[in-house]
Design a protein. Structure first.
Length: 154
């Protein structure tokens, strides 16, 4: 069991090391990508990385306040389900109504890595590789198909 300060320091180290790895990666067009704060150019659409004692996740979170708009974007993602399922390592989880930790209902598409624990330093290389590899694949997907989603804003 970690104290709050030890847990905070562990998280800083974990995410800092991942950020260092991601800074070495380039986007699909050899461009520099700000991975930890990826800009989808859609205000309520986020690409998130999570890690805890239950595993690691790469998430596409649709946090539109308007349920109809959220459903529209989620439906558009389902049009690409086969592509996303093929692209990612592991099983893609589709949740049209997901209760976020902030208490709001969002839509979430995620890839999970089970059997790893962010609080176990020995698992860090596996978690970092999982998150890095799948985020690069997600960025490639977004570079290729992101305009479809951007056009929904119009």
């Amino acid at each position: 069991m970690y104290s709050k300060e030890e847990e905070k320091q562990l998280k800083i180290e974990f995410w800092g090391q991942l950020n260092e790895l991601l800074e070495l990666e380039r986007g699909l067009h050899a461009n520099k990508v700000v991975w930890m704060n990826f800009n989808t150019k859609i205000k309520q659409l986020f690409f998130r990385m999570e890690a805890d004692e239950a595993g690691a996740r790469l998430c596409i979170d649709l946090q539109f306040l308007d349920k109809g708009i959220r459903e529209l974007y989620y439906e558009q993602f389902t049009e690409f389900k086969n592509i996303l399922d093929e692209k990612f390592e592991g099983k893609t989880i589709w949740q049209p109504a997901y209760e976020h930790w902030n208490g709001k209902t969002i839509s979430r598409i995620s890839i999970d890595k089970e059997g790893v624990n962010m609080y176990n330093r020995n698992d860090w290389p596996v978690i970092h590789e999982f998150l890095r590899d799948n985020f690069v694949k997600l960025e490639n997907f977004w570079a290729e198909f992101g305009d479809v989603f951007l056009n929904l804003k119009a």
